[in-house]
Design a protein around this ligand. Structure first.
Ligand code: FEO
Length: 171
């Protein structure tokens, strides 16, 4: 059974994951409008992943005797200067999410809720990967920034960019 404190905190995280999904969906739409096929596909996929993160928490709350809440979501920005701004915002958003997960972990230890603490380890690993991926993409964008046709190459390449445990690599 979840304590009220943990249930409330998990519901706040559900909201954050749902907002992340909306945020990346807005970015995908912007990229699609600019004809950036690869970038928009990457962002659509990322938006789906965030919905999956949200649902995983949602089901956990209900399985543990709480009630998962569907709440109002903040409208995301829809306009971006360029692709670099998109991925800088994505990275700062993910850093914020990581901080929120860390706060949740701390709360679980305070409340001696080791089940939820254990469940959240998946999110801890996921955040390491997501931040590393965003940094790899920004590095790549910086490298290609000055090259002629760099953005075109980046757009074709982005779906192949991946991160391994030993560091960032191109797949
Ligand atoms: Fe679900 Fe990208 O944090």
């Amino acid at each position: 059974m979840l304590s009220q404190k943990i249930e409330k905190a998990l519901n706040e995280q559900i909201k954050i994951e749902a907002e992340s999904s909306q945020f990346y969906l807005a970015m995908a739409s912007w990229a699609e409008g600019k004809g950036l096929e690869g970038v928009s596909q990457f962002l659509y996929q990322h938006s789906d992943e965030e919905r999956m993160h949200m649902l995983k928490l949602f089901k956990f709350v209900n399985e543990r005797g709480g009630q998962a809440i569907v709440s109002d979501l903040k409208a995301p920005s829809t306009n971006f200067e360029d692709v670099k701004e998109v991925f800088s915002k994505l990275l700062s958003h993910e850093t914020m999410v990581t901080n929120e997960i860390n706060k949740l972990i701390f709360l679980c230890l305070e409340e001696k809720d080791y089940t939820t603490h254990n469940f959240l380890q998946w999110y801890v690993s996921e955040q390491i990967e997501e931040e590393a991926l965003a940094r790899t993409i920004l590095d790549k964008l910086n490298l290609l920034g000055t090259v002629d046709g760099g953005l075109y190459m980046f757009d074709k390449d982005i779906l192949n960019i991946s991160v391994t445990n030993s560091g960032s690599t191109l797949a």
